[in-house]
Ligand binder design. Structure first.
Ligand SMILES: C[S@@+](CC[C@H](N)C(=O)[O-])C[C@H]1O[C@@H](n2cnc3c(N)ncnc32)[C@H](O)[C@@H]1O
Length: 281
């Protein structure tokens, strides 16, 4: 692929995008085409492959190459309000209505599970959104945010609440000013927000702390798994999603087909889905 054929990049990439979608249930289509083309070029160079066709073949024959490509796309990092518009949608279409519903029921409880939370930016982002929505009324609520991950190292980092500037690429400056203080070259998260999250090491497939969660985020985790396992993970998560609860996946992740009839596609482009409310609720 020469840099001169920028106008033709899109159709050239389509076969690779299609291949990764059908074989791995991962949607590379969410990435900007120029960005994707650049990253593909890096991988092709490192595997000594000079056509997209040959690279597609490599993806078919060598599963480890998909992992390498995903790593090249930086999918294995975490940052605050990752894919900002998705978090805005979560706030408007899931958290706000949930708060209203609870108030109408005379309850002030809500629960969130961040499954595969890595270094904590994801559950802390939800804590910040809830703090924004509830303001001083937050003290009247019982909010449980449970964050789980396989990696002890990541959880220790998460709990410390200390973040490098690279964690802020999707977070607007006013949030940084409101919820963080500068400590050397890093930023320390407000202790009030930190105390909203509980951390547990474990596999997503383990039984979580609560029998039901109002919101489950499982973002950029399914991409590590083959389709059958993605299916099993989502099936497991749905056992713990409350009626009317929200499931949010990563933008590159497609809901496994077996789950589509069990959920309402609230905002499928943002990978936000809802379980139906029980009759009479
Ligand atoms: C790329 S990070 C995603 C972090 C965050 N969810 C986000 O979107 O920014 C993926 C995380 O999933 C965790 N993970 C992968 N498989 C897991 C499993 N079976 N159980 C628990 N955590 C898992 C990894 O340890 C890693 O920290």
């Amino acid at each position: 692929m020469s840099s001169s054929d920028a106008s033709n990049i899109s159709p050239l990439l389509e076969p690779v995008v299609q291949l990764v979608r059908t074989r791995y249930n991962i949607d590379l289509g969410v990435y900007r085409r120029r960005f994707l083309a650049r990253r593909l070029r890096v991988r092709m160079r490192s595997r000594d492959v000079d056509s997209l066709e040959a690279y597609g073949q490599l993806l078919v024959n060598d599963g480890s190459e998909t992992r390498a490509l995903l790593a090249e796309l930086n999918i294995n990092l975490s940052y605050f309000m990752r894919d900002q518009s998705a978090y805005e949608a979560l706030s408007e279409r899931a958290l706000q209505p949930l708060i209203q519903r609870r108030l109408a029921e005379g309850s002030r409880r809500l629960s969130v599970w961040s499954a595969g939370c890595a270094t904590g930016e994801e559950p802390y982002s939800v804590a910040i959104l809830l703090a924004e929505l509830l303001g001083v009324r937050r003290a009247d609520w019982r909010i449980q945010i449970h964050a789980t991950d396989l990696s002890e190292v990541s959880l220790t980092k998460a709990e410390a609440g200390r973040f490098a500037p690279s964690s802020f690429r999707d977070l607007d400056a006013p949030y940084v000013g409101r919820y963080f203080t500068l400590a050397g070259t890093d930023y320390l998260l407000d202790p009030g927000i930190r105390s909203m999250v509980n951390w547990h090491r474990g596999n997503i497939k383990d039984r979580p702390r609560l029998s039901e969660y109002d919101v489950i985020l499982c973002r950029n985790v399914l991409i590590y798994y083959v389709y059958a396992q993605q299916d099993a993970i989502v099936d497991h998560l749905l056992h713990y999603l409350a009626p009317g609860g929200t499931l949010m996946l990563g933008l590159a992740e497609l809901l496994p087909k077996s789950a589509t009839h069990r959920l309402i596609a609230t905002l499928p482009r943002m990978r936000i889905y809802q379980s139906p409310l029980e009759e009479g609720a």
